[in-house]
Design a protein around this ligand. Structure first.
Ligand code: ATP
Length: 234
């Protein structure tokens, strides 16, 4: 059941120095919805997430989260309002154990306890005493996502969670995200893996050269699959 709008981005423009990378990007996410951003390498997907999260400050336009305007706030403030970003690099601490990785982020009211994380994702309990560096790529990705749950986010920004993972592991990550969706989490999912994106997302925004050029709902995907594959092909 989708609620009201949790995120609304209007006419977002973003810059790296002189280079104008995002052009009037507009998108929205309803509460409980999974929305994907798909597009080729360099299209501007990561930049969109960084701009929403306030990690990239050189941007204009409006970003409204639960009705609150974010575009002037620093990223740590945006995080406190209930948004979490999981970058492509899977930021985990390699020398610390899984449990220590989960203990480190400040737990907040409404955040997931370590027990709740272990209940939902038992593989992390099994690996609890293993160092981050000893985990498989898929386990590292699960840990990177699980860590941000400690602060109780309402919206997750996930950057290519399936990247570089074997198909069977990609399925594991997919199940993890389905579990989060069933818990009511809203998710913006950046992906180049169309199968993964279409399995999870309710809607897709297609980004080409820093612009949103198309929006495709779940029920339209089958009929438009060739077009979508074309958008992603190199
Ligand atoms: P990828 O999957 O490769 O991350 P993407 O769709 O996420 O692709 P972005 O990383 O957002 O694309 O990059 C958008 C554009 O901005 C590209 O042309 C890229 O070269 C450029 N760019 C990205 N990061 C920087 C940076 N730190 N400085 C300058 N230009 C950058």
């Amino acid at each position: 059941d989708l609620g009201g709008e949790i995120l609304s981005v209007r006419n977002l423009n973003a810059y790296y120095g002189q280079s104008h990378v995002l052009h009037d990007v507009s998108l929205n996410v309803r509460a409980g919805e999974v929305v994907s951003l798909i597009g080729r390498n360099g299209a501007g997907k990561t930049t969109t997430l960084k701009s929403i999260m306030g990690v990239l400050r050189s941007r204009t336009g409006s970003i409204s989260f639960n009705g609150r305007e974010l575009s002037r706030l620093p990223s740590h403030h945006i995080a406190r309002l209930g948004m979490a970003w999981v970058p492509e690099e899977r930021a985990i601490l390699a020398t610390l154990s899984v449990r220590e990785n989960l203990e480190l982020p400040p737990a907040r009211a409404g955040g997931w306890s370590i027990d709740k994380i272990y209940q939902h994702f038992p593989i992390l309990r099994e690996r609890g005493h293993h160092a981050g560096s000893k985990l498989s790529g898929g386990e590292q990705q699960m840990l990177a996502i699980a860590r941000v749950l400690r602060s109780g986010p309402k919206l997750l920004l996930l950057d290519e969670p399936s990247e570089g993972l074997a198909p069977v592991i990609v399925q594991q990550i997919g199940r993890m995200l389905e579990t989060l969706k069933a818990e009511g989490m809203s998710i913006v999912l950046v992906e180049q893996n169309l199968r993964f994106a279409t399995r999870l997302a309710d809607r897709h925004y297609v980004i080409v050269n820093g612009s949103v050029v198309d929006e495709v709902a779940r029920h339209e995907v089958a009929a438009r699959e060739q077009e979508l594959l074309h958008y992603l092909s190199v």
